[in-house]
Structures are given as structure tokens and as C-alpha cells.
Design a protein around this ligand. Structure first.
Ligand code: ADP
Ligand code: MG
Length: 317
């Protein structure tokens, strides 16, 4: 039964590559490459990362896309993935929709599904992803005076979650078009691979924003031994303009909301013009550390908003 299931749902998904010598069906997948391999894994647990009645096709997309985002943050091109699924029972309808979403994401990013594991247990999706890079982007390599850049607006996935789970949230005041934008940000994240590959020779450091902008920027600051200075007026204004009476709510979503999967990176000001053409937002600058602070968020009155608001990123424990 199990082998039949694997064969029907997980055989030949995504796009195959010449350097995959063996995929699903043997004891190990075999891969040959002369580049540096970038490898990452992420788990989505039912009840923690998604709900039982979430659309399975969107879940199939998202479970792979969040892993692709880690590769992008390392400046790596996606190559192959392994899928470890734990299922409470065999639900053919769920499996075929999940397969459809997973396969469309795999094809979109040119990834081959080369193996995995299928077991009985509480619903959980674990993916291990492999990519190739010639020039990896690291969290520890930001330089003093680097510009800090953001590839896309943040906060919308977290707003999508509020719309779904919190009837009291100001998110319900947003117009329908922006509520739709939030739904798609939550359920169909887009990993910024193309941008990441263009950046690999321009950026000094990068991370993907998955647990909140301030929290993830803190990782870059700490690992590079620098302070990040952000300027509120440089950020996209869509959300603040749409909810002008809910300033602190908007700040919280933009700076601490999770699951954005956008790229946060730093680069020398010498590359500013080239990066501007890639449609990224220049939001701040790294400077030498003068005290213990990792991140500052300055408003136009030169007040540090991090002294007034508590932007805790997501932590599991
Ligand atoms: P083994 O008992 O040797 O670990 P399995 O029965 O777990 O083998 O898996 C058989 C083959 O199917 C292996 O190639 C494995 O990588 C693949 N496989 C199992 N589950 C999945 C899955 N969910 N997605 C993709 N490949 C899978
Ligand atoms: Mg096995």
C-alpha cells in the first residue's frame, strides 16, 4: 500500500536535472555536482504552522516555497528536494491536491523531488532542499556602511493570519483587494530566487524574513557584529496608509509579523544604482556597534521606535 501510494503521488514530481543519477525508488537518491551544495530543512506541523482545513494544494506549494526561500537567502539555485510526510490516514483527495500544489511549485523553481519518507502519525510535512551556489550569501558578512535592503513589503502574511483567526483584528477594516493580498501572502509565498541569484555578486549578507523583520535583522546584526539603523520613512506605506488610525498595529505587522519569506540583505553603497533597478527597498544602513543595541528603528523626529514598541519575532519555545 505504502509503495503504491509513493508511486502514485510522489514519483517524478517537479523538473528533473542531468546531475540527478537516481531519484525516488532506491535506498538513496544519487546526485553529482561540482558546485557548493546549499542544504536546508523545514517542517510544517498541523496546528502550529497550518490548520487542518487549509487548502491542501496551497499547503503543497507553501511547504516547498518556504524551503526555497532559505536557498534564496544563501544565494543558491534550487536543485532537488526530499519530502518526509507524516499522515494520520490515507485521504486520496487531500493527497492529490497536495501533490498538485507541490508539483506546481517544484516546476516553477525547477526542482526535482528525489526522495522522502511516508509514515503514519500526526499530519506533518518536512522538506529537505538542496541547491547549488558559486558564491554563497552569509549572515555574518555584512560590512559597516552597507546599505540594508528589503526585497518586498512585509506584514501581509501576518495580516492574512489575523483575517483567518482573529475576528477583532483591525485587518477586517482593510478593503477587499488588500484582504486578498493578505490571503495570498499567507498561503502562496513567493521565494525571491531570481533576485537572490542576481544579488550573489552584489550583496555582502542576506537572510530571509520568516520570523519577523526585526528579529531576523537582529540575526544579521549579531552575526556580523554591527548595528542596523532602519528609517521608517523609507518603508513601503501601503499598510499604514490603509489603516491610518492603527499605527502601532501596522508597525507590529510590518516589523514583527511572521511568514513573509522576503529577502533582507546588505550591500556596499557602490552597488546602490544596480540594486535600485532590481526594485528592492533601501531601508537602512549598518554601522559599527557603539553600544549593545543590534537594531534601531528611527522615525522622522529621530526617535528610536524600538524603545516605544516591543517587536518580538516568532519563537517556538
Ligand atoms: P526505505 O524503506 O528504504 O527507507 P521507503 O519505503 O521509505 O524506503 O521509500 C521508498 C522510496 O520512496 C525511496 O526512494 C524514498 O526516498 C521514496 N519516498 C518515500 N516517501 C516519499 C515521499 N513522501 N516523497 C518522495 N519520495 C518518497
Ligand atoms: Mg524510509
Amino acid at each position: 500500500m505504502e509503495f503504491d501510494l509513493i508511486h502514485r503521488y510522489f514519483h517524478q514530481l517537479g523538473t528533473t536535472h542531468d546531475n540527478i543519477l537516481c531519484g525516488v525508488g532506491d535506498d538513496c537518491a544519487l546526485l553529482k555536482t561540482d558546485k557548493t551544495l546549499a542544504i536546508s530543512t523545514d517542517t510544517l506541523n498541523c496546528g502550529v504552522h497550518f490548520l487542518e482545513n487549509d487548502p491542501p494544494d496551497l499547503l503543497g506549494w507553501k511547504s516547498l516555497a518556504v524551503n526555497v526561500s532559505d536557498l534564496a537567502a544563501s544565494g543558491a539555485k534550487p536543485l532537488a528536494a526530499l519530502l518526509a510526510l507524516s499522515l494520520p490516514q490515507i485521504d486520496e483527495k487531500w493527497l492529490s491536491l497536495f501533490q498538485k500544489g507541490f508539483d506546481s511549485c517544484a516546476k516553477h523553481y525547477n526542482i526535482a523531488l528525489i526522495g522522502g519518507d511516508t509514515t503514519r502519525g500526526a499530519l506533518s510535512i518536512n522538506i529537505t532542499i538542496l541547491g547549488e551556489t558559486k558564491k554563497p550569501l552569509l549572515r555574518c558578512a555584512a560590512q559597516a556602511n552597507d546599505d540594508i535592503w528589503l526585497s518586498h513589503e512585509t506584514g501581509w502574511a501576518s495580516i492574512g493570519l489575523d483575517l483567518k483567526c482573529n475576528g477583532q483584528s483591525p485587518a477586517h477594516l482593510l478593503p477587499q483587494t488588500l484582504q486578498q493580498k493578505a490571503f495570498w501572502a499567507l498561503h502562496k509565498p513567493i521565494a525571491h530566487v531570481e533576485l537572490a541569484l542576481q544579488l550573489s555578486h552584489l550583496a555582502n549578507s542576506a537572510i530571509d524574513v520568516s520570523d519577523g523583520l526585526i528579529g531576523d535583522l537582529t540575526h544579521l546584526s549579531k552575526q556580523s557584529h554591527l548595528s542596523a539603523h532602519l528609517f521608517l520613512e523609507k518603508f513601503p506605506k501601503t499598510l499604514m496608509n490603509a489603516l491610518p488610525c492603527h499605527f502601532s498595529y501596522c508597525l507590529n505587522k510590518m516589523f514583527a509579523g511572521g511568514e513573509d519569506y522576503v529577502l533582507l540583505f546588505s550591500a556596499s553603497p557602490l552597488h546602490r544604482q544596480k540594486i535600485e533597478q532590481l526594485n528592492a527597498w533601501r531601508i537602512g544602513v549598518f554601522q559599527q556597534k557603539e553600544n549593545n543595541e543590534d537594531v534601531f528603528l528611527w522615525n522622522e523626529k529621530k526617535e528610536n521606535l524600538l524603545n516605544q514598541f516591543d517587536f518580538k519575532g516568532f519563537e517556538h519555545f
